[in-house]
Design a protein around this ligand. Structure first.
Ligand SMILES: [Ca+2]
Length: 139
């Protein structure tokens, strides 16, 4: 007679637990999902607004610095090779005028344009758009 009583109490307890679990496992409501999506969109927008312009500026700054060091290397190259032609970045690296570990292209992996007219040396990058003669060129 005792086991029957136990069975009854055990059978009601798992039912209520199951009901509780089912309630928890129903997952998020549509409103909760929409709130999460809106928060994620706000975070993505904030990252886009805050980080991307800084990334562009960092690329421009690093390209400007590289162009200046390449220009210095070209000036040294010309002083040691007065009759030589305008060197390429490969010539500068092979001649030891540039650090061998230094990147020889700009921040967009395009070659610098090196022009020598007498003592005037110009080193230019086409910038983010990849075309010379536009506003974003870096000299
Ligand atoms: Ca350009």
């Amino acid at each position: 007679m005792k086991p029957k009583n136990n069975t009854l109490s055990l059978s009601t307890a798992p039912l209520s637990l199951t009901a509780l679990r089912r309630r928890r496992e129903e997952g998020m409501t549509l409103v909760e999902i929409m709130i999460v999506v809106i928060i994620m969109a706000l975070i993505a927008t904030a990252v886009g607004v805050a980080v991307l312009p800084r990334l562009k500026k960092a690329r421009e700054d690093s390209t400007r610095t590289d162009a200046q060091s390449i220009r210095s290397a070209v000036v040294m190259y010309i002083s040691e090779n007065p009759s030589g032609s305008c060197p390429s970045t490969q010539d500068l690296a092979e001649g030891g005028f540039l650090d061998a570990n230094k990147r020889l292209s700009d921040a967009w992996d395009r070659d610098f344009q090196i022009e020598c007219e007498g003592d005037n040396v110009s080193v230019a990058s086409s910038g983010a758009d990849g075309q010379f003669g536009t506003e974003d060129d870096i000299n």
